[in-house]
Write a new protein. Structure first.
Length: 360
């Protein structure tokens, strides 16, 4: 919104800074970070008063989680509030790609909020039925995928871009929509499954988002995309503003979510942030790179799928407990040990994802 101030510039003055995505991204980061620090404690106190018993804890989960009973959930509201306020302030709102990502984020946040509210109000871990959540998520992903396909330049419409082999495009045609839907829904649910330990999900989300933000800025610039040999997606650079706001809001949340957590992200945050990652990947034509950058989330989701399928077939379990971070808890790893090691893995995968920009 504040981009309009650039129209007041006569060149070389303060208002001219508002033309630059990098300046507005920095401003978005600090705006969201300050928002989180200012409103974090009041929000946590409000959630504690209204939820009383906090998020229900699974009886069949790791024994160490029972001490977390009474911790309020829906902390994702803090991240998302900071994210939306900051993005709306600093991003160009005449860019369709920004609105796609915001719509997906808001839609999945609403689904997650309904799920969290059901769990807290009924004091059970069931929440909204899985089929309902999946149907709503698919509908939202369908709208976003079709919208992105419509906004993409004609030479990229319906095309699947390949990392490393940058001249290779696979023409999916209308099948690009179900593929993009799978990316968005899969990312949302994968992050949701990862959110099981204090601080475990938010840092890898910020790392993955930061990587995708760099990619969005790169493919949004003609000179950078030509130099690196990646496909140019006009207007995608503004997504860096969204990403910077996400990282700022995420750090503000992590201040209170660091062990021992004063608040949980809840499905309100995890579904929304995962959906946002998927939407950014679809918009920037880097869906496959997301599988690398978000490899930690992929492994978490696969561990659940493998566990369920193998148990149905044999009656036995591959992991002591799924998702896989609970498996390591059962093996005796400390919570902080798991979280830090998973952060390191997320960072390594992000660097590999960035390397695909230069590899030929």
């Amino acid at each position: 919104m504040l981009y309009w101030l650039s129209s007041l510039s006569e060149g070389g003055d303060l208002f001219n800074l508002f033309r630059y995505i990098t300046f507005r991204a920095g401003a978005a980061f600090f705006t969201a970070l300050l928002f989180g620090f200012v409103f974090g404690r009041p929000l946590i106190n409000y959630l504690r008063r209204t939820q009383k018993k906090g998020q229900p804890i699974r009886d069949d989960g790791p024994e160490g989680h029972l001490v977390k009973a009474g911790t309020p959930t829906m902390g994702g509201i803090l991240i998302l509030s900071a994210l939306f306020v900051s993005t709306l302030l600093w991003a160009r709102l005449d860019t369709g790609f920004v609105w796609i990502v915001l719509t997906v984020t808001a839609g999945y946040a609403a689904i997650g909020f309904a799920d969290d509210y059901s769990k807290v109000s009924k004091q059970n871990t069931r929440g909204v039925p899985g089929r309902v959540r999946m149907a709503l998520g698919l509908a939202l992903a369908f709208i976003a995928s079709g919208w992105a396909m419509w906004l993409h330049p004609s030479d990229l419409t319906g095309q699947l871009a390949m990392p490393v082999f940058k001249d290779a495009l696979i023409n999916l045609g209308l099948f690009f929509i179900p593929f993009a839907m799978l990316v968005i829904v899969g990312a949302a649910n994968a992050v949701n499954l990862t959110d099981g330990l204090d601080g475990l999900a938010i840092m890898p989300v910020m790392i993955a988002a930061g990587t995708l933000g760099v990619i969005a800025y790169t493919v949004g610039r003609v000179d950078f995309s030509e130099y690196l040999g990646v496909h140019h997606v006009p207007g995608s650079g503004e997504i860096l503003i969204f990403v910077a706001a996400l990282i700022g809001g995420g750090l503000g949340f992590l201040w209170y979510n660091a062990p021992p957590a004063a608040v949980f992200m809840g499905d309100t945050g995890s579904l929304a942030l995962g959906g946002a990652l998927g939407a950014i990947a679809v918009v920037t034509k880097h869906e496959i790179v997301l599988a690398i950058v978000g490899g930690l989330f992929v492994v978490e989701a696969l561990s659940v799928i493998i566990q369920v399928l193998y148990f149905k077939r044999t009656g036995k379990r591959v992991f002591l407990m799924a998702p896989i971070h609970h498996h390591f808890e059962k093996k005796g790893w400390g919570e902080a040990q798991i979280v830090i090691r998973f952060w390191i893995i997320a960072l390594i995968l992000a660097l590999i994802g960035l390397a695909t920009l230069k590899l030929r």
